[in-house]
Design a binder for this molecule. Structure first.
Ligand code: ATP
Ligand code: MG
Length: 553
């Protein structure tokens, strides 16, 4: 599945084109429709389009495919720009298909003058009824033989707003018996008296996708117009229009849409999750939108790495979510400072450590970096918070953590031995009592004793409180996108909120977007809603793949 960087089949075509001198520079475009936020599938298309021009020289335009006035919003335009920039790509021109409405109108007139387009008064039902089937030819519309003059007049009047929505269309005059159904006199323009987010009320006729996309490519001299496989049948019309209009010969190439397990990659369905409030918004950290992943703590590098690893395919297949999670762990492991945080606290008392005393210990920031990224000071004292799960009253086999009599090392501090514990009336452990070995301090250990396990901790009197949000995959099944009623498969445990976790002092100055590894607990990022009085950390990923055994069941 993993293709080597740059050697995908589209890159091969480009290398060939450059070798033959067909183009001096490569021009691609990323053409989102501003009707939703970008998701991980779009990231793959962005990485491909921008990656190719970075590699081969040339540039990529960001073109908003905004020819449908009804579903588009300025909020989406802004979010798309932010997301592309955040991923680390730079477009040459910010363009809008709607800026070409005048040119597209002239192109339509050109086709009419060549006798290659006509105004049809049929309703959409009537047009559909005459379309035929893949095995049966269609029938000509009764309006097909209108004269050029009549068509020019009617088309102009369509533009002027003389007719109501759907009363007329402009259709290409190709062949109602064509083997490709899309070539059976496709509709080029429809009447829609709707307000457009950029052109306002200037237009009441709007070009169809097929009469806007390829033409916009030509206007921009796009050399390689890359789209997803569902547009394969459109390529014939794309080429026909370019040929008849005698405009710049852009070429269309198709690659397989990227879908990911345990998530949704359809703007329409993502919008449904937002509208029905299954998630907090488009940037909910459980969403595989770019903004959701950013808020969750993903780095642009990890997303680009993922896109490059999955490469470009000619056939659709599902990509395993674990690979995306692997990529973020890989990157965060290299860059995230290590910190200590206790998510499910239980108190540990070191009975032979003096009361009211505390001391500094030094802990590595990141062992993956040169010189371990330096160290930071962590305060140690008699009373500590440790994880509840790190103590077992009756230890299991191969248990190397705390249990009565057991020895463990407190990360970057001392070896301790557990002597006793206290329970509440319901049998919950409320205190663990230990003694420490003063000569076992990390970095200066003369005890000669080796503890098999190491656990993390924070000092009760120095710790700060924080909210921690544990995010998990949003769906419980591999392919929710295949289900009509996909919201039924939302993972009920996709968000678990810990109101009172304890964090070490160094974390209290963390700012929105900062990323850390909480030792032994996973990778965490500061949420955008976090404030100094109420710190909020989002779990980006666990340290290991916890879903692996699930999918093998
Ligand atoms: P959706 O189905 O989510 O609405 P779309 O294809 O309609 O997606 P556009 O805004 O039209 O979304 O897409 C912009 C570009 O991103 C197009 O070139 C499209 O082919 C590409 N793209 C969209 N989804 C994916 C995906 N899952 N994998 C790869 N490329 C994608
Ligand atoms: Mg689309």
């Amino acid at each position: 599945m993993i293709e080597e960087k740059g050697l995908n089949f589209i890159a091969e075509i480009i290398e060939e084109d450059l070798k033959n001198g067909k183009y001096k520079q490569i021009i691609t475009r990323f053409p989102p429709e501003p009707n939703g936020y970008l998701h991980i599938g779009h990231a793959s298309s962005i990485n491909l389009n921008f990656g190719l021009t970075e590699k081969y020289g040339g540039y990529t335009n960001l073109r908003f495919d905004d020819t449908n006035p009804v579903t588009e919003e300025v909020e989406y335009v802004e979010s798309i720009k932010e997301d592309v920039k955040w991923l680390g790509f730079h477009w040459k021109n910010e363009l809008y298909a709607s800026d070409y409405f005048e040119t597209l109108y002239e192109y339509a007139v050109r086709l009419i003058k060549k006798g290659l387009a006509y105004v049809d008064d049929s309703s959409s039902e009537e047009i559909a009824a005459l379309k035929g089937t893949p095995t049966e030819p269609g029938k000509n519309s009764p309006y097909r033989e209108r004269t050029i003059e009549e068509n020019l007049d009617l088309f102009e009047r369509m533009k002027k707003g003389e007719f109501g929505d759907g009363a007329k269309t402009l259709r290409a005059k190709i062949d109602m018996a064509h083997s490709n159904m899309l070539m059976r006199d496709p509709v080029l323009y429809r009447i829609k008296h709707a307000h457009h987010h950029r052109t306002g009320d200037k237009w009441c006729i709007y070009p169809m996708y097929d009469f806007a996309h390829g033409q916009s490519d030509s206007i921009e001299n796009v050399t390689h117009s890359i789209c997803t496989l569902e547009f394969v049948p459109h390529r014939e019309l794309y080429d026909w229009l370019i040929e008849k209009l005698e405009i710049y010969p852009s070429r269309q190439y198709e690659f397989a849409r990227r879908n990911l397990t345990y998530t949704i990659t359809s703007k329409r369905k993502l919008l449904q999750l937002v509208n029905e409030k299954h998630v907090e918004g488009w940037d909910d950290p459980r969403m595989t939108t770019i903004s959701g992943m950013r808020r969750r703590g993903y780095t642009p590098e990890s997303i680009r790495d993922f896109c490059t690893r999955i490469g470009v395919a000619k056939r659709e297949n599902m990509v395993d979510m674990s690979l995306l999670e692997f990529c973020v762990r890989e990157h965060l492991n290299k860059i995230a400072p290590r910190r200590m945080a206790v998510l499910d606290p239980v108190k540990l008392i070191i009975t032979n450590y003096p009361e009211n005393q505390s001391e500094e210990v030094q802990s590595e920031n990141n062992p993956e970096e040169e010189n371990a990224g330096g160290t930071r000071t962590v305060m140690f004292s008699r009373e500590l918070w440790i994880e509840r799960e790190d103590f077992m009253e009756v230890p299991a086999k191969k248990w190397f953590r705390l249990a009565p009599g057991a020895l463990v090392r407190l990360k970057s501090a001392y070896i301790i031995q557990c002597n006793d514990f206290k329970k509440d009336g319901e049998g919950n452990i409320i205190e663990v009592h230990c003694t420490y070995l003063p000569e076992s301090k990390s970095g200066n250990d003369t005890s000669g004793i080796r503890a098999k396990g190491t656990i993390h901790w924070v000092s009760v009197s120095h710790a700060a409180k924080a909210e921690v949000r544990l995010y998990d995959r949003l769906f419980t099944i591999e392919n929710p996108g295949d289900e009509e009623d996909f919201t039924r498969f939302i993972n009920p445990d996709s968000l678990q909120v810990i109101q009172e976790a304890y964090i070490e002092t160094a974390l209290t100055t963390a700012k929105a977007g900062d990323k850390f590894q909480f030792i032994r607990k996973g990778y965490f990022a500061v949420d955008k809603d976090s404030s100094p009085d109420h710190l909020i950390f989002n779990r980006t990923a666990t340290l290991r793949d916890t879903w692996e055994k699930e999918s093998r069941k």
